[in-house]
Ligand binder design. Structure first.
Ligand SMILES: [Ca+2]
Length: 242
């Protein structure tokens, strides 16, 4: 029975791998896991990054020197400058339809400032062309966008019991992008869906506010992007490995 079960598992695995190879040719991800970190040509750049090798492979920061991998998490440590500013970093690959997720927590600083994901960014910057999905440590979320450098709210702050409030607690944020439709999740709960036609493809990133109040620290971990919606995405997440 055990042999038979293993045989069946191997057949299923072989079929899944064959499907993946047929779709994308190679499997992309963290080189530490034996995967190819380069970006495929076209509309999706899947990856999986847990930062356990203390390297943010294929990530590009805003140049502020606030981003660093510390003890297996990707960390934004603010400078506490005279003005509030958002810090951002992006994965250098373009994606159109995808499932993108990351865990985030704030360990120090204001509970009202934003932290979270952005996606479909044309140049990787958060402030030119991008969608944003943010939470704060008070249990609120909002979504917004930049279009050609102009900021626009898609929602105000909305409270949700699905968000773990407070410092030092993790929340898992997830975006499912399909054409002009976007589903936003926190800890597996669908918060909202919206439609927008501004951006069809681009890079995904992480961002957090660097405020004037002292010592803002936000940590990110287990960042993953899978292609083609929830079903295919689950296969990628299963096989890409952490
Ligand atoms: Ca890595």
């Amino acid at each position: 029975m055990i042999v038979r079960r293993n045989y069946n598992y191997m057949v299923v695995l072989a079929v899944v791998v064959a499907l993946m190879l047929a779709m994308n040719g190679v499997v992309y991800g963290d080189p530490a896991a034996g995967l190819d970190s380069s970006s495929p040509v076209g509309g999706c750049s899947p990856f999986s990054e847990n930062f356990n090798d203390d390297v943010a492979d294929n990530w590009v920061t805003d140049g502020s020197d606030t981003w660093d991998v510390i003890s297996g998490v990707y960390c934004m440590e603010g400078f506490s400058l005279a003005t509030n500013i958002t810090r951002w970093t992006y994965y250098d690959g373009d994606s159109s339809d995808f499932t993108y997720q990351a865990r985030v927590r704030k360990t120090s600083g204001s509970t009202s400032s934003t932290m979270g994901l952005y996606f479909r960014s044309s140049d990787g910057s958060i402030t030119n062309n991008a969608y944003m999905f943010h939470i704060n440590a008070n249990g609120g979320y909002k979504y917004c966008k930049y279009v050609n450098g102009t900021f626009g709210y898609l929602s105000g702050w909305i409270s949700s019991s699905a968000i773990n409030a407070g410092l030092d607690v993790w929340n898992t944020l997830k975006v499912v992008a399909q054409g002009t439709n976007f589903d936003l999740y926190c800890n597996g709960t669908l918060l909202t869906s919206f439609t927008d036609t501004s951006h069809s493809v681009g890079k995904v990133g992480l961002n957090a506010y660097d405020r004037t109040d002292y010592s803002n620290v936000v940590e990110f971990d287990d960042v993953k992007l899978s292609c083609g919606g929830a079903n295919i995405g689950a296969i990628y997440l299963l096989l890409l490995g952490d």
